[in-house]
Design a protein around this ligand. Sequence first.
Ligand SMILES: [Zn+2]
Length: 103
Amino acid sequence: MDTAARHTPTRIQQCGPSELEIAWSDGRESRYPVRQLRLACSCAHCVDEWTGEDRLDPESVPDDVRPLQIQPVGRYAIQIDWSDGHSTGIYSFRQLRALADLD
Ligand SMILES: [Zn+2]
C-alpha cells in the first residue's frame, strides 16, 4: 500500500451542515460527522499535552457545531475554525485517515 496516497487528500469539501467529505489519492472517500471531528480535536486545549488526558467536555460542544473555515496547514494537515469559537485544532491527514479507517 502506498502510504503517501493514503494520506493525501484530493478533495476536501463540506457536504451539508454536519458532514465533511474527504477524497483520498488512493480512491477512498471518507465522510465525517463534523461534531465527531470537533470532539477528536487534539490541540493543547482539548488534550493534556503531558498526560494525553482528554480535557474537552463533550457536553460543552453544541450539537450543531460546524466548521466556519477550513485552511490547509502545509501539505500535511488542515486547521478548522469552529462555530463554537475554537480554532486551535490542527488535523493531520494521517489522523483523519486513521479516523476514517475505524469504520
Ligand atoms: Zn482543540
